[in-house]
Design a protein around this ligand. Sequence first.
Ligand SMILES: C[S@@+](CC[C@H](N)C(=O)[O-])C[C@H]1O[C@@H](n2cnc3c(N)ncnc32)[C@H](O)[C@@H]1O
Length: 289
Amino acid sequence: MSALRKDSLIEGDFPLTLEDFRDIAAMLYADARIHLTDSKASLVYSRLIKRLRALNLESFADYCALLREEEAERSEMLSALTTNVTRFFRERHHFEHFSSSVLPGLLARARRGARVRLWSAGCSSGEEPYSIALTVLEQDPRAADLDIKVLATDIDPRMIARGRDGVYPEAALAEDVSTGALQRFFFKEGSARRAAGELRKMVAFRRLNLNGDWPMRGPFDIIFCRNVAIYFDDATQEALWAKFAAMLAPGGWLYIGHSERVDGPASAYLDSAGVTAYRRNAKPQGGAQ
Ligand SMILES: C[S@@+](CC[C@H](N)C(=O)[O-])C[C@H]1O[C@@H](n2cnc3c(N)ncnc32)[C@H](O)[C@@H]1O
């Protein structure tokens, strides 16, 4: 029976008031800088209602009280509210650009003994970093023996665990990954396949909040950060672009999502150079961070 409350934004089994919604949005912003407008109330409702039921709570107000006390539930909330949609070789034009215009030079450097670092920032369940590693291995099957590594980070610990597991349904893989790569780099496990061998060796998964402190020193030669900044407000996006510019080697590339755009102080260091592709110029970055 739904207990209707005058100030309900959503009047389901558990009414969600504007105050509850704003509490939740404020906690998500404080933890991840993910920005929820009031229009996201029904999304919040549908994603969190399962938590209320699992925890036997009677109202969103009780859930908010729990969130204030329990770090572990904050992490559950984050996992429930982040959008993790992804697929292998999503926005394929970036992989084509990377493969034809950037990778040959990086491989030549790596064969001379240089260190090459690639980063999938906001990697979700791992399809993006594995697609980067597959692109490298396709061009040089011995790349795993060189000093080339793909760092894969996400704020959501569940996604990091899934990426580390590296298990994907065969049907999803078959749609986007070539048969040769499937057979060579993934072990069959029933109706799924697990990333293995050289592919697994090249990718390291770590939990990281892009809007927190970064322990890595860089520099990175390539950063993929696609369909992540879209969830942040303008100021947070600008700060993130500036941190990426500071992490990229001169000549390094940043690929962003189809609906994103580098803006703010970082524009002085990241030259637009193709569809949602930016190249770090050689200007020293005093204070853009
Ligand atoms: C829609 S997925 C994008 C996955 C992949 N980059 C792609 O384009 O297919 C967005 C990912 O960003 C992550 N994310 C959101 N806020 C984040 C933050 N503050 N720090 C790191 N990752 C974050 C989410 O957990 C989610 O896995």
